[in-house]
Design a protein around this ligand. Structure first.
Ligand code: ADP
Length: 295
């Protein structure tokens, strides 16, 4: 098959890992920077162009869309979908998962638990936002944040209120969330491909830090998930319509609490920690789905 990885970083670990896995399985692999793609809108002839070349030879795409490229990237993915190209990530699912608030709203109707969370425009009543998630300490999250940047722990009321007021003045969307102290600076990443969890790891924050992101210096180790964690991860991915995703959860006294579903999860940490060939399994999913969809 002709498979393209839509990525801005040809040298990134995840991009290289997918490229090599595809070639090893006998596919023709292409690397396309989605920011250099344009879209041709013509009746009954959807087309994607890379610089000036029409991309009409692909059977499948693997979108690796960074947070800042979500808008352009999702338009390119949508266009490939209109052309009948199989995508491991639909434009709809990408947009849903990228919006922290929207995805929690969609998940809140299912049996999935997450930390008490509130969203609102009450900068004159910031104390109300803090109280409504159970009081201090609270987590304040920028809706546009990634890699742990824009996730703040406020340990007293005055600090929480000033941060909320400042962000709301800047017109930055935020959510206020209950701080899950017993998670102890650790979280769990479950990696889902298709309908199965193929790997999982626990990430631990550096001493004195509560954010366990590997980008923030966290360390990772392999773990086995509980039945409740498996349920949460699979259900979240199903509801958001994702086929490849990283589901992040906190371990709490009430069981697993979902914090985020990542539609373009990095492969480096999880492949190195678990020794599992995740990239090979992504290509295997494409092979299986392509047969089903007669690509
Ligand atoms: P990002 O998308 O920027 O990674 P997350 O919402 O995943 O933001 O939060 C980053 C990290 O902060 C998580 O991996 C977790 O370790 C910690 N964290 C996030 N929310 C909470 C919370 N409500 N209580 C305790 N720790 C949290």
């Amino acid at each position: 098959m002709n498979i393209a990885i839509l990525s801005r970083g040809p040298g990134l670990y995840s991009t290289q890992s997918l490229l090599i896995a595809g070639q090893r399985r006998g596919h023709r692999m292409f690397l396309i920077d989605y920011m250099d793609c344009s879209i041709g809108l013509e009746r009954n002839r959807p087309m994607v162009y890379y610089k000036e070349e029409a991309i009409n030879y692909l059977h499948a795409i693997i979108p690796r869309i960074g947070a800042s490229g979500t808008q352009h990237g999702s338009a390119v993915v949508q266009q490939f979908e209109m052309m009948g190209v199989y995508s491991v990530l639909s434009a709809d699912a990408l947009l849903k998962a990228r919006n922290k608030l929207r995805s929690l709203q969609l998940l809140s109707k299912s049996g999935i638990r997450f930390p008490r969370t509130v969203f609102g425009n009450f900068h004159e009543h910031a104390d109300y936002l803090v109280e409504s998630v159970g009081g201090i300490p609270v987590i304040i999250k920028l809706l546009s944040g990634t890699h742990g940047l824009g996730v703040i722990l406020a340990e007293d009321e005055r600090t929480a209120e000033s941060i909320i007021e400042a962000f709301q003045k800047l017109k930055e969307g935020i959510i206020v969330q209950e701080y899950i102290q017993e998670a102890g600076g650790e979280d769990i990443r479950a990696f889902v491909i298709g309908e199965e969890i193929v790997a999982s790891m626990k990430r631990k924050a550096l001493p004195g830090e509560f954010r366990s992101n590997l980008h923030r210096g966290g360390s990772a180790s392999k773990i086995n998930l509980t039945a409740a964690e498996v349920f949460t991860a699979k259900e979240a991915v199903r509801i958001l319509g994702l086929k490849v995703a990283g589901v992040d959860m906190l371990q709490s006294h009430r069981g697993p609490l979902l914090i985020e579903v990542n539609p373009s999860p990095g492969l480096e940490g999880i492949e190195e920690t678990t020794g599992i060939d995740i990239a090979g399994q992504v290509i295997a999913l494409i092979e299986k789905e392509a047969v089903k969809n007669k690509v």
